[in-house]
Design a protein around this ligand. Structure first.
Ligand code: ZN
Length: 198
């Protein structure tokens, strides 16, 4: 049962080993076996031991549920700190099932990125278009940002459409990719160019 997670104890990305359970064989000798417990719903539960810090977590199936909640993936250091804070908060919201909060934070990432990239207009619709005009993003990426804006608006305002887990997950993916395209990929290209003296 190979499951890898961001360990909630040591914060590293590691694989989990199934914790061994002691039992006595017919001669009364002590033996060990993988301890799996099957619930009424047919799911198997087991205790996973972090490969790195050796602390336990409780796992359902192949990681469909994990307690305590695994940490969200780390954010690339090329993303400016203020934006990384927003993105990390969105990830944290998702990991504890706060889907509206996640979508609202993802929208905030997009808006703060627009401002950081020099957008001067008054609202997010115009700020996103401004980024396209400035050549910072393409038309396709403008569309990603617009999807995050829609879901984020639903999340932030009363009486709008509900925000499901999938909505929040996709919003977060789009916001993170948006930040990748405008911050991380240029920084990788810059480093390679510098390494070649160009
Ligand atoms: Zn650990």
């Amino acid at each position: 049962m190979p499951v890898s997670i961001y360990c909630p104890h040591c914060l590293r990305y590691t694989s989990l080993n199934v914790a061994p359970a002691e039992y006595r064989d017919h001669r009364g000798d002590s033996k060990y076996t993988a301890a799996l417990w099957q619930g009424n719903d047919g799911w198997k539960w087991w205790i996973g031991i972090c490969n790195s810090c050796h602390n336990p977590v409780l796992v359902r199936g192949e990681g469909q549920q994990i307690y305590p909640s695994p940490l969200p993936s780390p954010t690339d250091p090329a993303i400016p700190q203020e934006l990384a804070k927003d993105l990390n908060e969105a990830k944290l919201c998702l990991s504890v099932g706060c889907y509206r909060a996640c979508a609202a934070m993802a929208r905030r990432c997009i808006q703060n990125a627009c401002l950081e990239k020099g957008a001067k207009e008054g609202d997010l619709v115009k700020q996103i278009c401004e980024l396209t005009r400035l050549g910072t993003i393409t038309k396709d990426i403008e569309e990603w940002a617009t999807v995050v804006r829609w879901v984020g608006n639903d999340a932030a305002h009363p009486g709008k459409d509900p925000v499901a887990k999938e909505d929040a997950e996709d919003c977060l993916k789009l916001a993170e990719q948006f930040l990748y395209v405008i911050y991380v990929t240029p920084s990788i290209a810059k480093a390679r160019k510098a390494a070649r003296g160009k």
